[in-house]
Write a protein that binds this ligand. Structure first.
Ligand code: NDP
Length: 249
């Protein structure tokens, strides 16, 4: 689906929540979904960054977004329930949920992993996404056609030395998608993963500080797959893990 071309109004009338919408891939996904007509709910840790994305969408003439400053590391069940209630009140439904926020944490040998770093990574990359998705299920059920997307990684499909808790969290993400997608099969909700592949963001730069970033794909390059999974053209796609980039041989 790397060559998917969405029609200009592909996401009209859709309400889509993006986590980690202030920076990197999530920021570009939010701008892109708004450009194709969606009302986007921008969730992230740093309010200033969310406000900048909000301003960009409004300046481009997109539907008025909403901002949800929330640190997924400390977020509680009540935070998620409150968010679901607000979405229900304001929009009456949720059509898309892009679970994109993630942290890399520390890379290094498993033998030396630090328990608190391990727990933080699992909280942000796995537990928070499960809790958020669960809390939003009632509003997702109110959509005619809802799409939940989790964000995977190459290191979540095949183990790689020194990628530690991050890799383990991405294996868990793939497992969560596979498990949950089977439970929603033939309902109005579909659940899939995207593996972005190496992409020019600050997370990638901290994993590979010496790399020539000009050789990397940009978040914009990934958007056909991100659009596809949120558009009704993927209504029948459930339980898949898609690559956003064509693999180099
Ligand atoms: P960035 O670090 O550029 O952006 C991550 C986003 O997540 C930021 O908006 C950040 O907010 C937000 N975030 C981080 N921690 C929290 C938190 N505790 N609560 C709320 N929001 C938080 O990462 P990328 O854009 O590169 O990555 C996006 C996704 O893609 C991640 O899941 C990553 O694992 C995955 N991925 C990325 C690849 C790449 O090469 N870039 C490759 C494979 C997978 P703030 O800026 O406010 O901290």
């Amino acid at each position: 689906m790397q060559n998917y071309q969405a029609s200009a109004n592909a996401l009209d009338e859709k309400v889509i929540l993006i986590t980690g919408a202030g920076d990197g891939i999530g920021r570009v996904a939010a701008l892109t979904y708004a450009k194709y007509g969606a009302t986007v709910i921008l969730l992230g840790k740093t309010t200033k960054k969310l406000e900048a994305v909000y301003d960009e969408i409004v300046a481009a003439g997109g539907p008025q977004p909403a901002i949800v400053p929330l640190d997924l590391k400390g977020a509680t069940q009540q935070n998620y329930r409150d968010l679901a209630a607000t979405i229900d009140q304001q929009f009456g439904k949720l059509d898309g949920l892009l679970n994109n926020a993630g942290i890399l944490g520390a890379l290094g040998p498993m033998e030396h992993f630090c328990t608190s770093t391990f727990e933080n990574i699992m909280k942000v990359n796995v537990t928070a996404q499960a809790m958020l998705t669960k809390a939003l299920f009632p509003v997702l059920k109110k959509s005619n056609n809802a799409s939940v997307v989790f964000t995977s990684s190459g290191v979540g499909r095949e183990g790689r030395e020194f990628w530690g808790a991050y890799a383990i969290s991405k294996f868990a993400t793939e497992g969560m998608m596979q498990t949950w997608s089977k439970e929603v099969d033939k309902t109005n909700i579909r659940i899939n993963c995207i593996n972005p592949g190496a992409t020019r963001t600050s997370m990638r730069a901290s994993a590979y500080p010496g790399e020539d970033k000009d050789k990397l794909a940009t978040p914009e390059d990934l958007m056909p797959t991100y659009l596809y999974l949120m558009s009704d053209d993927s209504s029948d796609v459930n339980g898949q893990s898609l690559d956003a980039q064509i693999k180099k041989k």
